[in-house]
Design a protein around this ligand. Structure first.
Ligand code: 5MM
Length: 334
């Protein structure tokens, strides 16, 4: 299948992408915080609980896995990519190896993972991966983001995306401008614009087919510690305005990350985007805003699998409804 066809499937109307690709360190920390032992099998059981949620494919087109889960199996012996395909879900794989301090740019990071990526992508594709993900992290602070950090990350994202398409895998391009900080919403808009302009300049330079790529950006919101508040209409207006100014119309679709926003706020901000005309399909590729209630409800207990799945199904329904205009079922959130 062409990358264009897969990308279209990923952003199909009324469907989002589930980001369940926390690295071992992040996932272990989240399990521990929920009072669950951070073992390899608990990470596996947690992902199995998520991806076997009844009806998941009604509001989700694909699931992003990390390397550990990609090579694990569900308890009935099916490798995760097979279990996903059996339920009509596309398999995605996070292929970056994390963000490391960028030399010459104190406080800023560059995402690594290009070494051996061609071979890794070929292997993932042969085992069922249809799309991939690479996340760059951009911080706002005094004098940040620097052009040096933006450009280093944009260049890596472009090299990654070109390699993905060479392997017939759709790249999710994720330049995340972090919410952490005291910055204003205007500063977030400016940093997001500058970042996206750099990213698309590099994607074009690398010959990436934009209609076979999905952008996963942050929403434009005030810094978490800024004291500034923005309602969904303001977030939607600022986000859409920023994207219109920086994202070419050919991009196959835009799937937002949630970035640590409160669960319902992320859904309401997404819903408010429906009021704006844009040239791309808009959807969600949330991690925490989809799975936090499920993790809390599951508690790592086999007898709580259904409770965890109900909580995930509720957030999937809510966010799918945000896309289509239905009931966001906010009363059921844990
Ligand atoms: C699910 O978390 C992803 C992997 O994070 P680490 O490699 O840092 O463990 C992360 O890239 C995620 O896909 C995005 O940040 C979006 O998730 P949120 O929770 O912000 O929607």
């Amino acid at each position: 299948m062409s990358v264009q066809a897969t990308a279209t499937e990923m952003v199909a109307p009324g469907k989002g992408i589930l980001a369940a690709d926390e690295s071992i360190a992040t996932m272990s920390a989240r399990l521990e915080k929920a009072g669950i032992a951070p073992t390899e099998d608990n990470r596996r059981a947690y992902r199995e609980m998520l991806v076997t949620t009844p009806g998941l494919a009604e509001g989700i087109s694909g699931v992003i896995l990390c390397d550990e889960t990609f090579h694990q199996s569900t308890s009935d012996g099916r490798p995760f990519p097979v279990a996903l395909a059996d339920t009509g879900l596309l398999t995605g794989i996070k292929v970056d190896t994390g963000a490391e301090p960028l030399a010459g740019a104190p406080g800023e990071k560059v995402t690594e993972g290009l070494d051996g990526l061609r071979e890794r992508l070929a292997e993932y594709a042969s085992l069922g991966a249809r799309f991939a993900k690479w996340r760059a992290v951009i911080v706002i602070g005094e004098g940040r983001p620097t052009s040096r950090a933006r450009r280093a990350n944009a260049h890596a994202l472009a090299r990654y995306a070109a390699l993905c398409q060479e392997a017939a895998v759709v790249p999710i391009v994720e330049p995340e401008v972090l919410m952490e900080g005291e910055h204003s919403m205007a500063a977030c808009a400016a940093a997001t614009t500058a970042t996206l302009l750099d990213v698309f300049a590099e994607l074009r330079e690398a010959g990436v087919a934009l209609d076979g790529a999905v952008l996963k950006p942050n929403m434009v919101v005030p810094g978490k510690s800024s004291g500034e508040r923005a309602d969904p209409e303001q977030v939607a207006k600022a986000t859409v305005g920023t994207l219109r100014g920086a994202v070419p119309a050919e991009v196959a679709g835009i799937a937002f990350l949630s970035g640590g926003q409160p669960v319902i706020q992320a859904t309401e901000n997404l819903a408010a985007m429906r009021d704006f005309e844009v040239p791309w399909p808009l959807t969600f590729s949330f991690g925490r805003a989809l799975v936090d209630p499920a993790l809390a409800a599951w508690q790592g207990r086999p007898e709580r699998v259904e409770a965890g799945q109900d909580a995930l199904a509720d957030r999937v329904r809510g966010n799918a409804a945000a896309l289509t205009g239905g009931d966001m079922v906010r009363d059921h959130v844990a």
